[in-house]
Design a protein around this ligand. Sequence first.
Ligand code: ZN
Length: 412
Amino acid sequence: MSTAIQKRKLSTGLAVTQKVFVRSRNGGALKIVREHYLRDDIPCSSQSCDKCTDFYFLDASTGEITKPVLSDSPLDLKGKADIGKHYVMLDTNVVLNAIDMLESDAVFYDVIVPQTVLEEVKNKSFAIYLRLRTLCKNEEKRVVVFHNEFKTDSYLAREKGEIINDYNDRLIRNCAKFYTSHLKDTGISVVLLTNDKANIEKARADDVKVMTLEDYVSLLPNATELQDMLPSSDGFSAKLTEIKYPEYYTTARLMGGIKNGSLYQGNISVSSYNFLEGSVNVSSLPKPLLILGRENLNRAFNGDSVVVQILPKSQWKKPSTEIVDEETINKNAVGDDNEDEVVISDEERRLLAQEAIRVQGGDVEEEKRIVPTGRVVGILKRSWRLYVGQLAPNSVNPNQVGEELKNWLVRE
Ligand SMILES: [Zn+2]
């Protein structure tokens, strides 16, 4: 990929024309020309700044003049780590991992989110992006998005061969650098929070005040209270945990399996008391086959026409297993997944079915009964039309839904 950049003056500011060559599907080069307008009149949004006064404008959507959001008397750490009165700027991973903290009213007021970070968050987790947008509307928290990539003073062109992550980190550091010098006369500093070691070193070299989230929180007056809210340190290295589901079987495998009796077709009902528990009516079994846990439900929705297989006996529901614990079930399912792919033949599946019929039909008291369980391996027909819903972004724990929520929202 090669980028040629030309600059030319426009009345509104500087326009950067980027000619980006990307590889097209058939391998040829595809030229995309992007006009990127740089402006001088983007305000820093600090109430202490008198350089940006003219940049606030009449917002046609609200009929009001935009106002600086960041307080003129932000939190003062009184010389601790040379910080004093300061605004906080966050990098992408801090937002992704500490969004709960950001939303808390115990910490994080006067926060700057570079546009680069907002975009990265949007790409990585749509749910957290929505939460961040909601936060920006919360007047008490004073969280602003700064359009660093459109401001002449904070924009940087991407270097030839520079990978996008490095470029974004460089943009974020430059944004912090811009604020630091822009607010120099106000006595307010900007602290960039990032847990990325290389980023910290480079920011220090640029004379940017930079800290890890943990170090920053440890300086706060209510540090003890906040300790519990810190994301675990492995959270940062693991990034967001995405839920992995077993892949659906191919149509040929589904049809073959249904035909030879190793797979079954039926409609799934998901329990209205426990969304991690479902059952599928299978014509060859005396009772519905129980489906437990997220992995085994495998993205099936109530009413879907699904194809299921019977799980090995070790994963059947033991007598008096009371509550479906998502963790345990998923652990089991993941652990046994590959094994059962390899080990269980169609013949063994048919034997399992016979065993299931025997167990289901047995004259055993309810609580002493072992219950055969299965897994969804394919969806024949969705029942989407049943779903009309509303999601409040704040009600969702993105660590649990991740990309699924994103897909769901897009589909709705
Ligand atoms: Zn300003």
